[in-house]
Design a protein around this ligand. Structure first.
Ligand code: PRT
Ligand code: ZN
Length: 210
């Protein structure tokens, strides 16, 4: 029997809930902060702890068979993987935001404007569909400070409570994408019986919760 590998986030917003859902499936494993890999003792499975950004490609390339990651990261990395199950945590919305004092009223006004983001692929796709050509500036973090510093006219980022936008003098302007954590699989593992077993356990954990 082949040992499956599942990639989950090592640390960050999805780590705790990812570990929790696997434990609730009855899987027994150690969860040391320092280890990058953990062997499940009662199921043919190894858990790989990775940066979330790397998970879709690891699953696409078959280095991991399964993964738990935010939909936004899957779309952004353009990875070709199967979406097996939405998991109901890590919910957020990717939004375009402008300064609270901005007079920008509609999307067309973003034509020719600078928009700072860490998610250029998702933003570009959205703007292209709307026929808008903005100057997309890719920054790896803290995009919220851009407009205040005069670096950009707008930002495109993940929002959950909206508190970060507010404290940086920004207001939401357009919703682009909803996201939550999903279980993804490599394209070639659809018929694997252990994957089917694991998926069934995950689904019963989720339905027991709702
Ligand atoms: O280290 P690693 O690369 O693995 O982690 P990371 O720092 O890239 O990601 P992490 O842990 O911050 O987020 C992992 C995933 O959680 C994201 O890809 C989303 O799918 C999901 N998620 C859910 C969020 C949020 N909610 C969220 N609020 N990711 C980020 N945020 C950030 C947002 O960027 C903003 O800076 O939180 C801030 C805003 O929160 P509010 O509540 O003030 O709106
Ligand atoms: Zn990341």
């Amino acid at each position: 029997m082949k040992t499956l590998k599942i990639a989950i986030q090592k640390s960050g917003r999805l780590n705790e809930k990812s570990v929790e859902i696997l434990k609730n499936c009855g899987l027994a494993f150690e969860n040391y902060k320092s280890s990058l890999i953990s062997t499940v003792t009662n199921f043919p499975l190894e858990i790989l702890f990775l940066r979330d950004d790397d998970i879709p490609e690891y699953v696409q390339d078959g280095i991991a068979d399964l993964g738990i990651v935010g939909e936004n990261v899957i779309v952004e990395t353009k990875a070709e993987v199967d979406y097996l199950q939405k998991l109901g945590f890590g919910k957020c919305t990717l939004k375009i935001a402008v300064q609270a004092t901005s007079t920008i009223q509609n999307l067309e006004e973003l034509n020719g404007k600078a928009v700072a983001t860490s998610y250029p692929v998702i933003l570009e796709k959205f703007l292209t569909e709307k026929g808008i050509k903005s100057d997309i500036r890719t920054i790896s973090g803290s995009v919220e400070i851009g407009p205040g510093l005069g670096l950009s006219d707008a930002i495109f980022d993940i929002v959950s409570t909206g508190g970060t936008l507010k404290s940086n003098g920004l207001k939401p302007f357009a919703d682009v994408m909803q996201s939550e954590a999903v279980l993804i699989g490599n394209k070639s593992i659809a018929d694997n019986p252990e994957v089917a077993e694991l998926l069934q356990r995950i689904r019963s954990v989720l339905s027991a919760k709702s």
